[in-house]
Write a protein that binds this ligand. Sequence first.
Ligand SMILES: [Zn+2]
Length: 383
Amino acid sequence: MRTRFVNGTQVDCTGERPCGIVTEAGLISVDTLSPCDVTVDLNGCVLMPALVDMHCHLRDPGWPQKETLETGLRAAAAGGFGTVCAMANTSPVMDNAAAVVSNVRRAESLELCRLIQAAAAGRELKDAEPTDYAELSSVTPVVSNDGQTIFSDTFMERLLAASERHGFMVSTHCMPEAEIISRDITLSKRVGGRLHVGHISLAESARLIRDAKRQGVNITCEVMPHHLFGWDDAYRVNPPMRTRKDALALIDAIRDGTVDCLATDHAPHTEEDKANGAAGISNFDHALAMLWQVFRENKISLSTLSRLASKNPARLLGQNCGALERGMRADLIVFDPDARWEIRRDAMLSRSHNTPFEGRQVCGRVIKTFIGGKLVYDNGAFV
Ligand SMILES: [Zn+2]
């Protein structure tokens, strides 16, 4: 089936122009001239690549009361994500290839957005006994003990060396943040590897990573919407909410290319868990609107947002998507960048509604989500 998108603007990392996209057999078509079976009227909205989330938690297997693959991937698809990478701190922990493959297959059968399942770096997420990196690298591009800091220098050094050898990415969880980032940069200079720093939140972290990049270290990093959208808030997240000064430093780091990716750290919990002090925030439903609100206020373009939320994470995860290039997977969203709305917990699709941003005004709404050229979400309903 050939689908043509008309009457709107197309935006990706290369900029914006009048829309001339045709999709065919799940891909963005090279042939834009032949007749199409379906025409999608954008009604003046924007056609963009779907977002690629480098970092989320789906709690499956383990805690269906918080989230399942199905509820999480529905919220993600409605939020404009085409691919999400789920961290390994499930129960049981994702520390073997069979578990990783099983989750990916289950996600495929749901026909929502795509799942990349990260694997644990250590058994039981501990920095003691390493998992089988050779085996895991054949089923996932990401190895991470996210949720737990790797304190052992020896463990981290071996992990980085293995990532160099097997070609996977090491996504880190750094607490205390600047201290561990600094240690990892030193190790990376020694043994190489593919270091990706998860959820940076401090001005100091951005400074360390900027300096490391200038010195030629193979390092990438990500920022979460809540660290840009909120500050001086006691709401429990890991890393915690920081100051306005930190948020502004992260925005500078987005502007100068220090920050590679925008990810969600979507981390659902029940009301009861939150009341008992669990750290985490549910972000899939409104991550894009929070980000676009911040980008607009700071006069950063939608094209830059697309580079950081789609193109860069897709490239780092080895996915053939994230831009409106011919031959790429047709994971697309129709986005209304001018729609103003209010975050409301009771309107969230994630099973958990944990956010401190109830009532906050945001900008930009996902109207439709296409995965592999197929419409999966349409204006509030799943197809
Ligand atoms: Zn996380």
